[in-house]
Design a protein around this ligand. Structure first.
Ligand code: ADP
Length: 221
């Protein structure tokens, strides 16, 4: 399956993507994680991306699209993938369509995670990530680690992302509304969008997402 996950920052895309990718046996490809990995490895690409990320802006397409395509061309993505954070504007969506068409492939679904804005701000302000592995995500009140500041999974140190400050979150939300939301209409025109509520327990949202994808497949068959 080839799935795109969309939703505002703080919708829980990364958390859901990790579970969904596992359930569906496809790789989870997150452009945000790829950028953060480049930053922590000190690469040229990471150096270029960091200033945009810290400001809450999109990293320019010239950097992002090539990186995403490279990752999608890896052997583990040959039979499907779950895209998280890409595409993030209409021109990226067009670039993705072009790439898929060239390969004779198509998307199966675009899963849209809906969450009210005040909830988004609460989620992001309390979000903590593990220094060893971005996919180990906690929240100071919603899913606290057993020991404060320490990752339950691997013992790594937990930290707050540089772009999770309140000011940057507001900018990221604005960027989401103006640049990313239009891709929902773009994909609606292709009949691909499945919308679910991202409120409630993580496991409930995963179940809701799996059910929505199953009924979407059944409807298409
Ligand atoms: P979130 O979904 O919580 O905002 P991500 O980890 O997906 O966080 O992205 C963090 C930042 O990385 C974005 O604010 C943006 O600066 C950059 N980024 C990630 N994906 C893209 C993309 N497809 N195009 C441009 N910038 C991106």
């Amino acid at each position: 399956m080839r799935i795109v996950l969309v939703g505002p920052p703080g919708a829980g895309k990364g958390t859901q993507a990790a579970f969904l990718a596992k359930n569906l046996s496809i790789p989870h490809i997150s452009t945000g994680d790829l950028f953060r990995a480049n930053i922590s490895q000190g690469t040229e690409l990471g150096r270029k991306a960091k200033a945009f990320m810290d400001a809450g802006d999109l990293v320019p397409d010239a950097i992002t699209v090539g990186m995403a395509k490279d990752r999608m061309s890896q052997p583990d993505a040959a039979n499907g993938f779950l895209l998280d954070g890409f595409p993030r504007n209409v021109s990226q969506a067009e670039a993705l369509d072009e790439m898929l068409t060239t390969e004779g492939m198509k998307l199966d679904a675009v899963l849209d995670l809906e969450v009210p804005e005040d909830e988004v701000v609460k989620r992001i302000a309390g979000r903590r990530l593990c220094r060893n592995e971005d996919k180990h995500v906690f929240h100071v009140t919603y899913s606290p680690p057993k020991t404060e500041g320490v990752c339950d999974v691997c013992g790594g140190e937990l930290y707050q992302r540089d772009d999770d400050s309140e000011e940057t979150v507001r900018r990221r939300l604005e960027v989401y509304h103006t640049q990313t939301e239009p891709i929902i209409d773009y994909y609606k025109a292709q009949g691909l969008v499945v919308t679910i509520s991202a409120l409630g327990k993580v496991t409930d949202v995963t179940e809701r997402a799996m059910e929505a994808l199953r009924s979407d497949r059944a409807a298409q068959a």
